[in-house]
Ligand binder design. Sequence first.
Ligand SMILES: O=C(CO)[C@H](O)[C@H](O)COP(=O)(O)O
Ligand SMILES: [Fe+2]
Length: 219
Amino acid sequence: MGKRLIAPSLLAADFGNLQHDIEMVNASEADWFHLDIMDGVFVPNISFGMPVVKAIAKHAKKTLDVHLMIVDPDRYIKEFADLGADVLTVHYETCNHLNRTIQAIKGEGMKAGVAITPHTSVHLLEDSLEDIDLVCVMSVNPGFGGQSFIENTYNKVSALKELIEKKNTNTLIEIDGGVNATNAKRLVEAGANVLVAGSFVFKSENPTLTISELKKEIA
Ligand SMILES: O=C(CO)[C@H](O)[C@H](O)COP(=O)(O)O
Ligand SMILES: [Fe+2]
């Protein structure tokens, strides 16, 4: 069995009390922090930028998984490395020269992730898989938390898992959007390794327990 991790997305956290929510994740069974950076151009929403990432990094004690939903991400690779990102994920749809971007991320000492929106085929990554540490399969249209999970994601995960096995790479599969206790198990059974969960965790009555519940689902 491959890695099975939970990455709460702080997009759904209480921004007026961010330190409280970060400490909750630190003390929980969660594995990573997922940070969503949106520019209002690639996606129709603006989330938060460098000063907030810096403040999060100061308190977060787990892997920082940064999901860039911004055009021309090459401009900010070094800055995110300096801020403490461990995994830096760019969107396939925003890169003119994907391989160059991946090399630049690794050159800054980070793991390189590539995200694909629901309409982008996993097969487009076939020739780059050996260079990619993580593929983030978006299971909602990027831009907002709290949307419903797109069912076709299971097919995409299975197809991607097959490609990874064929190429024999160590690429992790991450699922982002609408993850909850109902779809988590089926996702890891299809081959997913990292499940991002925003609303399901932070809008629940007891986020710590909800994280434990998700961990149990994927154990
Ligand atoms: O990248 C994202 C949106 O573009 C978020 O990470 C994702 O939506 C998680 O939030 P939720 O679990 O509420 O769907
Ligand atoms: Fe995300």
